[in-house]
Design a protein. Structure first.
Length: 373
């Protein structure tokens, strides 16, 4: 009941002071209208673009050697990379220097924390967002509509430049890796070539198939001739009256042929024989395989390097522009009528509360105690 009476008691208070409330609120509205008149208009310029896929900077996609087709529009990491670039202090400081924002925002560049202050001023007018369609939107608000548009378009330029620099650096690092690999493989090939040449000379192995065929043919011919002479010697020994010198000559000839056959077959130590050729052939084949494989890898690295160089020189972009910034024709703020009405409403509520508080104090039992003091 007391609460109801208190609420009903407020109504007469407001009725009795209605003129004061009206006039005070009106004065506040007039003052707010006068103040907001001096607040400059703000204009917002906007640009929209898509992040380009990093596939466009990879030779395997450009030359069609990848397992899948090239993606032209970036997703995931590509969008995150562009958003990071767009929100980086490096890009913003470039913008500050390009348009002399210290002067534009009336900040003394020589004072303490000047860079922090100008960056905060820019951040309050600078917005980069990703749309629900995975596009990226850049907005810059300023009191100068032309400056707003020029700054927004310059942001696009900087995003593309920084994005390309990152891609080009990655390509350059990869090219340097292949250049180093090529140099190392060429050294390896030279060592293998020298080793093969030395081994061929030391083992006298140059054309394995031809030499092996020749040695086998010699061994077969020599063995056949040896058997023939052995049979002839054995026959002569059974014939009476054969001169001993003939027997001794044929015996020596057979022994020479046997020694020659043993040499060809590798039974006796020899500079070059079938066994030596087989042993040398195994070493040479192993080195030849390494040499061939190294040359194939070298050819692959050189081809890959050519593709990287062609990709590096190719004109690409890190963004796909959808809508460039145009000079805005309509202001984005301030909304003066809203400011005036909000000021009047705020003061109206505050003034009523102040009247209620004052009336409560006048009728309070504690007032005489304070006045008596």
């Amino acid at each position: 009941m007391d609460q109801k009476n208190n609420l009903l008691g407020i109504i007469p208070l407001l009725i009795n002071n209605r003129k004061k409330i009206f006039l005070a609120t009106l004065v506040v509205g007039l003052c707010a209208s006068f103040v907001v008149f001096f607040i400059p208009n703000k204009y917002k310029s906007k640009a929209i673009f898509y992040a380009a896929s990093s596939d466009m900077a990879k030779p395997e996609y450009i030359f069609g050697t990848a397992n899948r087709g090239m993606e032209f529009y970036g997703t995931g990491e590509d969008i995150d990379r562009i958003l990071t670039i767009a929100n980086s202090d490096d890009l913003k400081y470039r913008l500050i220097q390009e348009f002399d924002l210290f002067t534009h925002y009336e900040i003394d560049s020589t004072q303490k924390l000047a860079r922090t202050k100008v960056l905060k001023a820019l951040n309050s007018k600078y917005l980069v967002t990703k749309t629900k369609f995975d596009a990226i939107e850049v907005e810059i608000e300023d009191t100068d509509p032309e400056l707003s548009a020029r700054m927004t378009n310059k942001v696009l330029t900087y995003i593309n430049e920084i994005g390309l620099n990152l891609l080009k650096k990655s390509q350059m690092d990869m090219m340097q890796t292949f250049i180093n690999n090529i140099a190392n493989r060429e050294k390896q090939i030279n060592v293998l070539q020298d080793t093969l040449s030395h081994l061929r000379k030391s083992l006298k192995v140059y054309d394995v198939p031809a030499q092996m065929s020749n040695l086998i043919e010699q061994a077969i011919t020599t063995e056949a001739f040896m058997k023939k002479e052995e049979a002839r010697l054995a026959k002569l020994k059974t014939i009476p009256g054969v001169h001993p010198d003939t027997i001794r000559y044929l015996t020596g000839q057979v022994a020479g042929i046997q020694a020659q056959l043993s040499s060809l077959q590798g039974k006796n130590r020899s500079d070059f024989n079938i066994n030596a050729l087989v042993e040398g052939m195994s070493q040479i084949e192993q080195l030849t395989q390494q040499f061939t494989l190294s040359k194939e890898h070298l050819a692959f690295d050189k081809e890959r390097l050519k593709q990287l160089e062609a990709t590096y020189a190719a004109p690409i972009s890190s963004i796909h522009l959808i809508e460039s910034a145009r000079v805005p024709e309509e202001k984005s703020g301030p909304f003066r009528s809203v400011i005036v009405l909000a000021s009047m409403l705020g003061f109206f509520i505050f003034y009523i509360l102040w009247l209620i508080a004052r009336d409560s104090w006048e009728n309070s039992a504690f007032k005489p105690l304070f006045e008596g003091e």
